[in-house]
Design a protein around this ligand. Structure first.
Ligand code: FRU
Length: 489
């Protein structure tokens, strides 16, 4: 499938489909050669949601992607291949792979139309996930339910069993099933009515997650909610806890929100990363409230993925368990520093990046010497603006009011009542005198990270003229590292 990736709104380091409409990431796994496979909810024939196939792309570094042929197609008119996951079956538990150790099994929801039952099906691949054969005995899980979807499967070492989570979306139930072979599934337990419920639970994930400073095996249940998120539309929440192979128990009843921007939904975690390592996720960088209307149709695509994120749990000041999430291996893909690691002092630095053809930048401001009231007020601020139209995206932290914020309202390319523009979150300051803000801006998306990923905000924005100038100011002493993207210029 050919794609036109040069349009002014088309991000360069965030994955987007060659053409058509994309939503959730699906089936993310690492193959036997270490290649990352990303599938995604894909309408290859239109620019709005529907006609869902599994699109496919592969990458060695999670930033430069090769588009592959569509991996899963509906068989009949009205059918759609909804979200799901993929696993490797090296021991041939399924029986599909008598002659190989690199077999891949995908598990997904078959939708046959609204008001119809949703069922879970599997398909197997002999060629590392490029082509799939649907299992003749499908479906493998059916519960007579109309809103029952998004299976996420994994191998549970201790019980030597497959586990899958499926959402009974409108009952706010995540059901856990187990299986010896990925075909015959037995109901094990329900996790239900916890945290924020919104109006639906979607796209559950369950995986072991490293905990900073501890060897205790912790687990993370991640649930996406749409509609009915507190900021409107779609959002992700997570529950740290414990899992024994059949039951998940959260550490407490707290709903923890994963990202305080409005464009981070349906996150999925890669299958195949060792349990004691930081786990990698990718989310869909959009929101169901307005995704079908964003003004990228002129460039023949709609929606991009978030950056790949590295995740682990930490014990945070006051709030306890917190999921830390930062761009994976970010410095490996950006080159030459525009502003070196110098101390810039109090004040404002301006950087004209109009010569950087990609328009994609990584920035990182380390502010030190935050002490008196004056330095805590408006502690650090950034503005990315267009020298042509004056449009801008802004953000920063004010430690006096204890807030980090992002404002996309000064861009004028998209007018929609749900495309709200200002987001903020409590800035939990430990009094150390240090504060760090970093982020990636990439044509029509910005991801901001506080203190190395304690908080994050993902927001799309649609300027009429490309942003090309950065202003960064701090009331403490500032060190700014700003990197441009290697591939674009
Ligand atoms: C989440 C979702 C899933 C569903 C898919 C359909 O964004 O609604 O629950 O499987 O998208 O494309």
């Amino acid at each position: 499938l050919p794609g036109y990736y040069a349009g002014p709104l088309r991000p360069q380091v965030h994955y987007s489909p060659p053409q058509g409409f994309m939503n959730d990431p699906n089936g993310m796994f690492i193959d036997v050669d270490g290649l990352y496979h990303l599938y995604y909810q894909f309408n290859p024939t239109g620019l709005v949601a529907g006609n869902v196939h599994w699109g496919h792309a592969t990458s060695e570094d999670l930033y430069t992607w090769t588009n592959q042929k569509i991996a899963l197609f509906p068989d009949r008119p009205g059918e759609q291949i909804f979200s799901g996951s993929a696993v490797l079956d090296p021991n041939n538990t399924s029986g599909f792979f008598p002659n190989q150790t690199n077999g891949v099994v995908a598990i997904y929801t078959l939708s046959t139309g609204s008001g119809q039952e949703q069922v879970q099906e599997i398909a197997y691949s002999y060629d590392n996930g490029y082509t799939f054969t649907k299992y003749a005995g499908n479906p493998v899980i059916s519960a007579g339910a109309k809103e029952f979807r998004d299976p996420k499967a994994f191998w549970h070492e201790e019980t030597e069993s497959w586990v899958v989570l499926v959402a009974f979306s409108q009952e706010f139930v995540i059901s856990i099933y187990t299986s010896p072979n990925l075909i015959d599934w037995t109901f094990a337990s329900n996790f239900s009515n916890a945290g924020l419920i919104g109006l639906q639970y979607e796209c559950p994930n369950l995986l072991q997650m490293p905990m900073e400073g501890s060897h205790e095996p912790m687990w993370l249940l991640y649930i996406s909610i749409n509609p009915g998120a507190p900021y409107g539309g779609s959002i992700g929440e997570y529950f740290p806890g414990h899992f024994n192979g059949t039951h998940f128990t959260a550490v407490d009843a707290v709903a923890r929100i994963a990202d305080f921007g409005k464009d981070n939904y349906a996150a999925q975690f890669f299958y195949g990363i060792p349990a004691n390592e930081n786990q990698i996720s990718i989310a869909w960088a959009s929101n169901w409230q307005y995704t079908n209307n964003v003004p990228t149709d002129s460039e023949n695509f709609r929606s991009v993925m978030s950056l790949p994120r590295y995740n682990y749990l930490t014990n945070a000041t006051r709030i306890g368990y917190q999921l830390v999430s930062v761009p994976y291996n970010i410095e490996s893909i950006f080159e030459a520093q525009l502003v070196s690691n110098d101390s810039l002092g109090n004040g404002t630095v301006f950087v004209d990046y109009s010569s950087i053809e990609s328009g994609a930048l990584y920035f990182e401001a380390n502010v030190t010497g935050l002490s008196d009231m004056a330095s805590l007020q408006g502690s650090v601020n950034f503005t990315f603006s267009s020298s042509v139209s004056g449009e801008s995206v802004r953000g920063g932290t004010d430690l006096l009011s204890g807030t980090t914020w992002v404002d996309r309202g000064e861009t004028r390319g998209f007018d929609n009542p749900y495309f709200t523009d200002k987001f903020s979150n409590s800035a939990v300051y430990d009094g150390s005198g240090l504060w760090r803000i970093s982020g990636v801006i990439d044509r029509s998306i910005i991801e901001v990270f506080v203190n190395g990923g304690e908080e994050s905000a993902t927001n799309t924005f649609y300027p009429n003229s490309p942003l090309d100038t950065m202003a960064l100011s701090a009331r403490g002493l500032m060190r700014l590292r700003m990197l441009r993207w290697r591939f674009g210029a």
